[in-house]
Design a protein around this ligand. Sequence first.
Ligand code: APR
Length: 247
Amino acid sequence: MDITKLDQAVKLIRKAKYAVAFTGAGISVESGIPPFRGKHGLWNKVDPIFLEIEYFKNKPLQSWKIIKEIFYDKLNNIEPNIAHKVLAKMEERSFLETIITQNIDHLHQKAGSRYVYELHGTYKQLVCTECSSEFDISFANLDFLPPTCYICKGILKPDIVFFNEPIPAFAKKRSFEEAKKADLMLIIGTNAEVLPAADIPVVAKENGAKIIEINIKETHFTKEITDFYLQGKASEIMKEIGKKLYL
Ligand code: APR
């Protein structure tokens, strides 16, 4: 880890008037959740078609079987790691305003962050494909798939954004607003490939924000928009940042 660059990044955080974090799957890897891409990526093992919206509508049972295995059987007993916790502490101490996340694992909230925009939805909620009623996952019994709506018996879908589905309008609107207000954006653990999410840090940059990027390897952001690239694991770097901010 490059200490000077880390010290410079911490100086930026201290000086920032409106810091926003933009996170991806990489921040949750050390909580035991595999990323989507790269050597250990989920999409190397599972065909993303199971999370394509038309496929889900035509074959809900096949889709649900995979969704249960890759998400619900894993996510219920995972905990936030130090990176999530430091971001929550940064919010508490007013070093950070909001988090915009592509993750559906609810770990930012579990770590104590209050201002979180979930661009790709959340696994914690199910929504009815017929009457749009919403249910917390704790009401569902996933031993019987596909789960059905308690009101209209319609098929329930995880409240996550499937491929070829639009992202939630409110989260999208607020995220771009936050990006425009930010004078500092911390980008943590994203491959920066999926749109429109990957446009958000670009909007922040275009509006004058300084960009700190934390990732184990470079992304196209690194050359295009990043001012400080801190190479390393999110938990290791965020732990150091937390120490230097006396969190
Ligand atoms: N610390 C920091 N970064 C890490 C770590 C780690 N321990 N492990 C992996 N990374 C980085 C990888 O180098 C990669 O750049 O995290 C990124 C993970 O990339 P993806 O798996 O593509 O995840 P993400 O960018 O969040 O994907 C965006 O794609 O499939 C969709 O909806 C899905 O929200 C997801 C979206």
